[in-house]
Design a protein around this ligand. Sequence first.
Ligand SMILES: C[S@@+](CC[C@H](N)C(=O)[O-])C[C@H]1O[C@@H](n2cnc3c(N)ncnc32)[C@H](O)[C@@H]1O
Length: 298
Amino acid sequence: MAAPTPPLPEIKLLAPENWREYALLDSGEGKTLERFGPYLLISPEPQAVWKKSLPPAEWQKAHAVLREENKEYGGSWQALKPMPKAWELRYQSLTFQLQLGTSRHIGVFPEQASHWDWIMERVQAERRPLRVLNLFGYSGLATLAAASAGAEVTHVDSSKHALNWASYNLKLSGLADKPVRWIAEDALKFTQREARRGNKYDGLILDPPKFGRGSQGQVWDFFKKLPDLVEACRVVLAPKASFIVFTTYAISASALVTLQAVQDITGNKGKAECGELVTREQSAGHILSHALYTRWTP
Ligand SMILES: C[S@@+](CC[C@H](N)C(=O)[O-])C[C@H]1O[C@@H](n2cnc3c(N)ncnc32)[C@H](O)[C@@H]1O
């Protein structure tokens, strides 16, 4: 008799709820207006395929706008009002520096605050010193969260600039005495070496970009290298591991686009469910996602 088909996983939506100094003020017509402390920034957002809600006067209060004409680094910031190139932002007990530099990224992905809360909870709940590996750690906010809750963190990033930034953020948060190791290396190469050495981690945090470069020019290509990274992570995961957080922005749209289009059509009445259209392989049961959907009933 064939084994029963396991139920399909549910897709859940997570939104951070504890921000005080950050807010997404408005979005629409391909743009977002966000507040990072005292400064308002406008960025392109192709998924904002609806009308803006705030009047133009509110958008005109912005201090800087991300122009995408120079696509080499994903865009460049143009100041609209006087503002510093670097300033501090707080989330709960963490303080970190934001920078308007040569990249579209300014040092924080606000949506990831949901992960920081969860990481802190996981580390505190274990009541033992967890060893955490943070790959592609960038400005270090997940490292700060884990370290502040009592974990020993190994933070890996191929960029010296990102490592300096993350260690500066650790000091800004008053966590300089916490056990954090800074590794300037290709995330895949480092993890494979840790696997060969038999080193284990109780917590894994991964936020691989679509493309990146290792410290010696190794090319990170999400869709080509992920299987190798998954294999190395499988080996370094401790038998009594506590958590894994895997995030990726290597997608171009979300089911929310279809959901909100339907909600705008129906005036947000009735009931809508959204998700992804998938097929399941016969061999190992992997599920492939093909499309995003929303279904509505009154
Ligand atoms: C936080 S990740 C992803 C950022 C964002 N979530 C996105 O997808 O654009 C970006 C970080 O990965 C680092 N990085 C890129 N390629 C890398 C590699 N091969 N090994 C280690 N770190 C890498 C970059 O230096 C950067 O700090």
